[in-house]
Design a protein around this ligand. Structure first.
Ligand code: S3P
Length: 189
């Protein structure tokens, strides 16, 4: 069972993903961390040395690999904010699991990321304008890829996790505790 999180940078995909995984007894993987291992350097350096297009090629391979989960495997996957840019990624994420869009406004993200030095796309003169541009371009792609959306604006991380667990539960993807003894079945809440 695979649950993937998509959304703009700074929306809490890793933080929420890690807590969600703990809550439903799944493994957690951050695709950016796997990517950095693969390229052997920080993402920002790779962007500078090789450009975005090569980065997206590696990202596509990593997403393809990580979304091929075994039937008895339970995985929460946090993706990089730009993963939805490539059609094969959107397809693999959507078809191989359940996708949650963590939706945040550019203004909210700017408040969280204004001191960030690691995200290559935000190392520009006007990061807020950049975030607005990314939102315009990507919001429809996140919506297309996701099965469910959650607004990250007000709720705490714990509340967001609860909201996602409720959605997964209503979709029949989580089972009550006594129904999980068969191992490969739905996850326990
Ligand atoms: C990117 C977001 C980053 C990382 C890379 C590109 C993007 O991930 O994959 O810097 O295009 O939005 P986060 O969303 O985890 O910051």
């Amino acid at each position: 069972m695979l649950v993937s999180l998509v959304g703009l940078p700074g929306g809490g995909k890793s933080t929420v993903g890690r807590q969600l995984a703990r809550r439903i007894g799944a493994r957690f993987i951050d695709s950016d961390a796997v990517l950095e291992e693969r390229i052997g350097m920080p993402i920002r350096s790779f962007f500078e040395q090789h450009g975005e297009s090569l980065f997206r090629d590696v990202e596509e391979k990593v997403i393809d690999e990580l979304t091929q989960v075994r039937v008895d495997e339970h995985l929460v996957l946090a993706t990089g904010g730009g993963a939805v840019l490539r059609a094969p990624n959107r397809q693999h994420l959507h078809e191989r699991g359940t996708v949650i869009y963590l939706r945040s406004s550019p203004e909210e993200l700017y408040r969280r990321l204004r001191h960030d030095t690691q995200r290559p796309l935000l190392q520009v003169k006007d990061p807020l304008a950049k975030l607005r541009e990314l939102y315009e371009a990507r919001h429809p792609l996140y919506e297309e890829t996701a099965h469910y959306s959650v607004d990250t604006g007000r709720p705490s991380v714990a509340t967001l996790v609860n909201m996602i667990v409720m959605q997964l539960d209503m979709a029949g993807l989580l089972a009550t505790k006594h129904a999980t003894t068969n191992g490969g079945g739905p996850l326990a809440t």
